[in-house]
Each structure stands twice: as structure tokens, then as C-alpha cells.
Design a protein around this ligand. Structure first.
Ligand code: NDP
Length: 449
């Protein structure tokens, strides 16, 4: 029976590859989920009859558009914009916008696919989608960023709405970009529809703890994985890749819970500070001055900067990849394991390659996949939507408590599901299966749409 199912799943995967040529990240994300689903199709044969996998792998809608804008010299620039609305059976499409030169359809589809199961795992009423552009915000002036965001929203607005599709930030899109996007949406529609975007500034409809939520949430998830193994973060040496939104607040929560974070990075290099990272300095450099992480060592002479260095070679007990997809490969995983790493929680989306994931699972270390571990961001976005709908604003402590409870719930769901389906401790299976079942059941209930 299981061989027949495995063959069927392999056939479905090959069909996805054929139908979506060249979209390697999308293939990778689909394969990773499908590999967990054999026992699910045995338990729920109706998912096969309803062709749930085939339908889930075909986004409901894919929007690609031209984004023309003028730079500060008056030159016309053209970028490409995307919004992929993957699945809306659980609620309006929800997922961030990424502005990065590497963005193309395959990246947005992989992110939207992951997002669908992640959102289901949160238990909140949100569907899955993702968007973005190959626009590179690095080195652009505020005016250029504003003109780009206005042009992007001038096309995208018609596909959005608080009950339709609610974007947020991701790589290259923070509160500044969300502000310009929201301003243009408001201007075009003549509606102050707060719930159409999340990650807004606190003065104009944003939620407290949203900025911190993805990083904090990843550490809450990590803490749960350690707890069930009778361990804690206190005194553990930690490393975090990236120095953006997710990385900064992962470092903050790790430090609050007693971890010693000794290294982080950006796409140019890494900083290693054996005394423990000075987070206030990193925030000043990255959030206020928008500088490179390299500048850290001008202020902290004992620390070292390694251009193009490999972060994963730094010995640690806890590692959090919080930068981008496929940043941690099989060799990196082997190095981490050899150096005594006990736990890895993915703050980024799909940062570990399939070889890396296999190595972690084989070694039996605690491994929290992004779908589960970084779901705190979107969960808090859903809390922002709740506050917008009720014209309310909760305080930080209340929101953080809710976030913590949500992450504990996600951990428990993944943990129990992994056990139920015969792979105890395997959070990859737990997350894929629990997320998939929730979406699949709703798809069956809503009929062929
Ligand atoms: P930011 O843009 O704030 O930061 C991204 C960080 O990662 C920067 O330090 C950046 O370095 C580095 N980085 C980006 N691309 C690359 C690359 N190709 N190679 C090496 N380093 C890179 O983004 P976020 O912190 O918001 O997002 C980080 C990850 O977390 C992404 O995978 C995102 O999808 C995921 N995520 C984010 C959520 C959120 O709420 N923001 C929610 C859930 C997941 P540099 O400045 O040099 O480019």
C-alpha cells in the first residue's frame, strides 16, 4: 500500500516540476511537503479522490505586473511585481512582500506554498499568499523607495482588501515600505482600511510586538523544543544568521532567556563577538543608520568581521538561520553537529537545504522547520487584523503573551502530529502533516472551487 502511495506522490511531484519549469525553489518546497504525506493519504483516502495535492500545488491566482518608476536622476526604471494567491479556504490570502533582486516567480511560489501550511498551523483564519518584486532597495533614497512603492501599489491595490488579500513585510520590506504602500492604497481607494496591510507603524494601525514577533516566536518555539528534552537556553552559546528584522529580535529574545549570542551576519560577511553581541549597537547600525554589519567592529574592537565568512563554522549549541533560503547546506549541518549543536530553529523560510535537514534529523538534534518556527510573525499579523477590525490596540505584554501561547500551541500540534504519524520528534513531518490536513479538510468541505 505505502509503495503505491509513494509512487503516486512521486508522480504528482514530477507533474509539478513539468508544469512549473525552472522554478527550483518551488519544486524544493513542494517536494519537502509531499515527502511527509504518504501516511496522510493512507489515513484520509478522500484527499486523493478530491485531488487535494494537485489543487494545492496550483495557486488560485498568479499576478505578474510591470512596475515603472523614476529614480532620483529622472531616469525611468522598470521592475517586475508579483502576487501569488495560493489558497484561501481558511481565510483571506496572507503573506509578505519581498523586495530583493533575486525575486522571480519560483521564489514567490515557494514562499506562498510554505505560507499556506504555516498559516494553517497558527490556527488563525488566514489563507496563504506571497508577493514582491526584483526591485533592490539597497542604496536607494527614501524618495526612490516611495516612488517605487507607490507604483507597485497602483497596480496591486485592485487585488487586495481586508477580506481578500492582506500583504505584510518580508526581506527588504519593513515599516517604511509598508507606510508608503498603505498611503498609496488609502489614496487610490479613498478608504482608511487598516486591515489591508500588516506590519504598520504603531501610530497608524500597527500592532505592538509585530516587529518583534517572528524572531521572538522562533525563540519561543526553540525553547519548547528544548523544554521537552529537559533542556533550557540558559548559558547556551548561540549563533544567528542575518541582521535584519527576524535576526535582530531572535537575538533579543535569546539574550532575554539567558542565551549568549556570539555571531550574526549579512550577505557580505559575519561578525563574531566572543563576549556576546551588543544588540543595542546592532539596532543602531541596522535600524537607525541603515549601515552594514561590518561597522560593528569599528565600535567593538575585540570583535572580528569576516568578509564572506561561513557563520556555521562558529562553534555553538544553538543555531538560528534567519536570513534567506538555502543558506545552510549539508556540509554546514555536519559542521554544526560536529561542533556540538543541539538545536536549530529556522527563523527564515527554507534556509536549510534538503541535505542539511536530513543531516539534522539523522543526528537527532532538535530541528524546528520555518513553517512552524517562524509562524509567530504571521500569527501576530493576524492579531493586528483583529485589533484593526475592532478598532483596538493591545499593549505589548498582552500581545507577547498571546504570541507565546500561539507558539506553544504550534509546537504542541507539530509534536503530537509527528508522534501520531509514527515519527516522534520529527517536527518537519509534524508541521507538514498538521498544516496540510487542516487546509485539505477545509478544501473538501468547501467543494470544488
Ligand atoms: P530583512 O530584509 O529585514 O533582513 C534579511 C537579512 O538577511 C539581512 O541581514 C540580509 O543581508 C540577509 N540576506 C538576505 N538575502 C540574503 C542572501 N541572499 N544571502 C545572504 N544574506 C541575505 O528580512 P527579514 O528579517 O524580514 O526576513 C529574513 C527571513 O525571514 C526571510 O527568509 C523571510 O522570508 C523570513 N520571514 C520573515 C518574516 C517577517 O516577519 N519579517 C516572517 C516569517 C519569515 P543584506 O542586508 O546584506 O541583504
Amino acid at each position: 500500500m505505502s509503495e503505491i502511495i509513494d509512487e503516486k506522490i512521486e508522480g504528482l511531484f514530477q507533474a509539478v516540476v513539468k508544469r512549473n519549469p525552472g522554478e527550483v525553489e518551488f519544486h524544493q518546497a513542494v517536494r519537502e511537503v509531499l515527502e511527509s504525506l504518504g501516511p496522510v493519504l493512507v489515513k484520509y483516502p478522500e484527499f486523493g479522490e478530491h485531488k487535494i495535492i494537485e489543487r494545492i500545488c496550483e495557486p488560485e491566482r498568479q499576478i505578474i505586473f510591470r512596475v515603472p518608476w523614476q529614480d532620483d536622476r529622472g531616469q525611468v526604471q522598470i521592475n517586475r511585481g508579483f502576487r501569488v494567491q495560493v489558497n484561501s479556504v481558511l481565510g483571506p490570502y496572507k503573506g509578505g512582500l519581498r523586495f530583493h533582486p533575486s525575486v522571480y516567480l519560483g521564489i514567490i511560489k515557494f514562499l506562498g506554498f510554505e505560507q499556506t501550511f504555516k498559516n494553517a498551523l497558527t490556527g488563525m483564519p488566514i489563507g496563504g499568499g506571497k508577493g514582491g518584486s526584483d526591485f533592490d532597495p539597497k542604496g536607494k533614497s527614501d524618495s526612490e523607495i516611495m516612488r517605487f512603492c507607490q507604483s507597485f501599489m497602483t497596480e496591486l491595490y485592485q487585488h487586495l482588501g481586508e477580506y481578500t488579500d492582506v500583504p505584510a513585510g518580508d526581506i527588504g520590506v519593513g515599516a517604511r515600505e509598508i507606510g508608503y504602500l498603505f498611503g498609496q492604497y488609502k489614496r487610490i481607494t479613498n478608504r482608511y482600511e487598516s486591515g489591508v496591510l500588516t506590519g504598520k507603524g504603531l501610530d497608524w494601525g500597527g500592532a505592538r510586538a509585530r516587529k518583534e514577533a517572528t524572531g521572538y516566536g522562533a525563540v519561543f518555539f526553540l525553547n519548547e523544543m528544548l523544554r521537552v528534552r529537559g533542556q533550557s537556553l540558559a548559558g547556551k552559546t548561540c549563533i544567528v544568521s542575518g541582521a535584519g528584522n527576524v535576526a535582530i529580535y531572535a537575538i533579543e529574545k535569546l539574550q532575554q532567556l539567558g542565551g549568549k549570542v556570539v555571531a550574526c551576519s549579512d550577505s557580505n560577511g559575519l561578525i563574531h563577538d566572543k563576549k556576546g553581541l551588543d544588540l543595542a549597537l546592532i539596532k543602531q547600525l541596522k535600524e537607525v543608520e541603515r549601515r552594514r554589519i561590518e561597522d560593528y567592529v569599528f565600535h567593538r574592537k575585540h570583535a572580528r568581521y569576516v568578509a564572506k565568512g561561513n557563520l556555521w563554522e562558529i562553534p555553538c549549541e544553538v543555531a538560528l538561520p534567519c536570513a534567506t533560503q538555502n543558506e545552510l547546506n549539508g556540509k554546514d549541518a555536519a559542521k554544526l553537529i560536529k561542533n556540538g549543536c543541539l538545536a536549530v530553529a529556522e527563523g527564515a523560510n527554507m534556509p536549510t537545504t534538503p541535505e542539511g535537514v536530513r543531516a539534522f534529523l539523522k543526528a537527532g538534534i532538535a530541528f524546528g522547520p520555518g513553517k512552524a518556527a517562524n509562524a509567530g510573525g504571521v500569527a501576530t499579523s493576524a492579531l493586528e487584523m483583529q485589533q484593526n477590525a475592532s478598532r483596538d490596540a493591545w499593549d505589548f505584554e498582552f500581545t507577547e503573551k498571546k504570541l507565546s501561547a500561539i507558539m506553544t500551541g504550534i509546537h504542541q500540534r507539530c509534536y503530537e502530529t509527528a508522534e501520531e504519524f509514527g515519527t516522534p520528534g520529527n517536527y518537519v513531518n509534524g508541521a507538514n502533516i498538521a498544516g496540510f490536513i487542516k487546509v485539505a479538510k477545509a478544501m473538501v468541505a468547501l467543494g470544488l472551487i
